[in-house]
Design a protein around this ligand. Structure first.
Ligand SMILES: Cc1cc2nc3c(=O)[nH]c(=O)nc-3n(C[C@H](O)[C@H](O)[C@H](O)COP(=O)(O)O)c2cc1C
Length: 305
């Protein structure tokens, strides 16, 4: 069966390969965090043609997340509002499953438990980082989910610098270092985005993932628009592209950017690449459009190369 899916969806071509932060991606279209939080499906999902898969967000201890119902489709807007709240089986359980990796390039997205106060958050990230170290290819520090109370305050300059420097120091304890990326919210001001550029340069982390879901509700039609949580999909597309362009231009392209947020078509993907994204990720577009979207984007990239 996997071979069947691969024959339908996989686009294999040298020209799709990307080399970034010392890693070789078979193609630039990845699966965004949150879909395979517990690393249960990454081997199967890779058969749909993804060049890489980000698991998580994982926390040190298992946690149930928010009460159901916590995921809402906004059909008329081609969007999703979710307030899952980092439901996951904990990082140690995921490590067991990652030992069964059949060659998938994996990003490990890490966070903190809800019960951990922000002052102790660094310890949670450290636990996840060290537990996953031998089992993922790159790390993503998630401080941008709107569904863990106060988490986004960790995007402020001082706590974020401390967090990233701590993880860099942990990284340096290993014979080989793994790339560390920061995932940011689309709701940051220009001033905050300039801070992010400074922090990346100061801490020497390898890159940024832009963006997570938004707390904005601008221009929505669906009745579910009043639900609390993070909004993804088409309503996020323009803002996410704007953030990518801003980071790319203001930093003079000094670090790689993974562009994510509202890619539902080949054009959306091309816009993000034009704005300065080096790699792409999908979540909501994959849910609404299905796996053919991955293939169509890769084919379009080939046509333009
Ligand atoms: C149901 C759901 C759960 C998500 N969970 C996570 C998560 O655990 N960690 C994370 O960094 N992002 C999470 N995200 C955000 C996505 O990774 C992505 O950044 C965002 O949805 C924008 O991309 P999209 O418009 O293609 O969905 C989640 C998104 C959705 C819809």
């Amino acid at each position: 069966m996997p071979a069947f899916f691969r024959s339908i969806y996989l686009v294999e071509d040298k020209r799709l390969e990307r080399e970034l932060f010392g890693l070789k991606f078979k193609n630039p279209v990845g699966l965004a965090a949150g879909f395979d939080k517990d690393a249960k499906l990454y081997n199967e999902l890779s058969n749909f043609g993804f060049g890489f898969i980000e698991i998580g967000t994982l926390t040190p201890k298992p946690q149930a997340g928010n009460p159901k119902k916590r995921l809402f489709r906004l059909k008329e807007d081609s969007g999703i509002i979710n307030r899952m709240g980092f439901n996951n089986g904990g990082v140690h359980e995921a490590v067991g499953r990652l030992k069964k990796n059949k060659g998938v390039l994996i990003g490990g997205n890490i966070g903190k438990n809800k019960v951990t106060p922000n002052e102790e958050a660094v310890e949670d990230y450290k636990i996840c980082f060290n537990a996953l170290f031998d089992h993922v290819d790159y790390f993503v520090v998630n401080v941008s989910s709107p569904n863990t109370p106060n988490l986004r305050a960790l995007q402020d300059k001082e706590p974020l610098t401390e967090l990233l420097l701590t993880l860099k120091a942990e990284n340096a304890n290993n014979a080989i270092q793994k790339p560390i990326l920061l995932k940011i919210a689309p709701d940051l001001s220009d001033e905050q985005l300039l801070d992010i550029i400074d922090i990346v340069s100061e801490t020497k982390i390898e890159g940024v993932i832009a963006t997570n879901t938004t707390i904005s509700r601008e221009g929505l039609q669906s009745k579910n628009k009043t639900e609390a949580g993070g909004l993804s999909g088409i309503p996020l597309n323009n803002r996410s592209t704007e953030v990518i362009r801003f980071l790319s231009e203001k930093s003079n392209k000094s670090f790689p950017i993974i562009g994510v947020g509202g890619i539902h078509s080949v054009n959306d993907a091309m816009d993000k690449l034009d704005a300065g994204a080096d790699l792409l990720q999908l979540y909501t577009g994959f849910v609404f459009e299905g796996p053919k979207l991955i293939k169509n984007i890769n084919k379009a990239i080939l046509r333009s190369s």
